[in-house]
Design a protein around this ligand. Structure first.
Ligand code: PHE
Length: 344
């Protein structure tokens, strides 16, 4: 029995020595020290031994068990340490590596410009209103003093959906809707940004879909000088305090008198260059005093109320402000173009 125990010990220790994984160790532990293992078996057979032999063998069996346990534990610590080292090696972070650049998005130039225009007019007490892009003939034309058959309807070739429905050709219907909603009960001071549609052939300065921001102020005693003052503030804040504005007579069916506004050319400071085609001025928007008929149609008494309206294209504003040479850049979404206008 003595020999058998010693044999088991050296056999187990050799296996421990050769083992290379933690699961190998576990197997050895179960095989030699488990309830069904050979050492337990030896101890079970002790009943057959003499009284003198019994404590000697018992003592030896315990020593063998301790020796194997100690060796298993020692090897376990070594293997665990190795496993940890391997893991750490794997997970090492090289803090000297350059960082990976993170792609950060930003608002589209057109969005930024519209927001800038909105902020500017909110600062002057205007509220922001929106309306449908699929509009009725009534709000797009009739309510704006453009009855059916009016020759001025030809100015805006339209995308009709039915006889009575079309893609709005300007954002002015939002003004008619707002006035119609208030029915002469209170003053109106609003701007309406949004998409509009015209049957234009796309080129560097035309697009079948583009953006407008129109404004309307209706109250008692609104004067043309109020229009000029508001637009002057807008132009200076948008393009620089050194810009001058001028109003030229024009025609719109919904305003009387009507004007077009120019700003002094930034490139040549009014002297004349290729950007302003030698005039020193660049046209940026249209406007005028709201036609009495438009007020009347929306429930405002033109003897009590009057007002001004204006409309502009944010694409054009952005093109002038940033020197963008083709309106199609706004819609083709080439990230190299858009990126230049992302604010850090
Ligand atoms: N609705 C006009 C346009 O399309 C712009 C405008 C608005 C002019 C308000 C005068 C007053 O183009």
């Amino acid at each position: 029995m003595k020999e058998r125990l010693q044999e088991l010990q050296s056999e187990a220790l050799e296996k421990v020595e050769r083992s290379s994984t933690l699961s190998d160790l576990q197997e050895i532990r179960v095989a030699y020290l488990g309830k069904k293992g050979p050492i337990t078996e030896v101890l079970r057979g002790m009943g057959k031994l003499s009284k003198e032999e019994r404590p000697v063998i018992g003592d030896l069996a315990n020593k063998v068990r301790e020796a194997i346990t100690a060796e298993l534990d020692r090897k376990k610590t070594i293997l665990e340490k190795k496993a940890l080292e391997k893991k750490l090696e794997h997970e090492t972070i090289d803090v000297t590596l350059p960082g990976r650049p993170v792609q950060v998005g930003g608002p589209h130039l057109l969005t930024s410009i519209v927001e800038e225009i909105e902020d500017l007019f909110i600062g002057m007490g205007f509220e922001i209103r929106e309306g449908p892009e699929v509009e009725t003939d009534y709000y797009n034309f009739e309510a704006l003093n453009l009855p059916k058959g009016h020759p001025a309807r030809d100015m805006q070739d339209s995308f009709y959906i039915t006889e009575e429905l079309l893609l709005r050709t300007h954002t002015s219907p939002v003004q008619a809707r707002t006035m119609g909603e208030y029915q002469g009960s209170k003053p109106v001071k609003m701007i309406c940004p949004g998409k509009v549609y015209r049957r234009d052939t796309d080129d560097a300065t035309h697009s079948h879909q583009f953006t407008q921001v129109e404004g309307l102020y209706v109250d008692k005693n609104v004067r043309m000088s109020d229009l000029k003052g508001v637009l002057n503030r807008f132009a200076k804040q948008m393009f620089g305090e050194d810009r001058e504005i001028r109003l030229r007579p024009s025609f719109f069916p919904f305003t009387e008198p009507s004007v077009e506004m120019d700003i002094s050319c930034k490139v040549c400071s009014g002297v004349g260059c290729s950007v302003c085609k030698g005039t020193g001025w660049i046209e940026i928007l249209g406007g005028g005093m709201v036609h009495p008929r438009v007020l009347e149609l929306a429930g405002y008494d033109p003897k009590i109320y009057n007002g001004f309206a204006f409309g502009m294209g944010p694409e054009r504003i952005a093109m002038l402000k940033y020197g963008v040479d083709d309106i199609r850049h706004f819609y083709t979404n080439d990230i190299r173009f858009l990126k230049q206008y992302h604010k850090a």
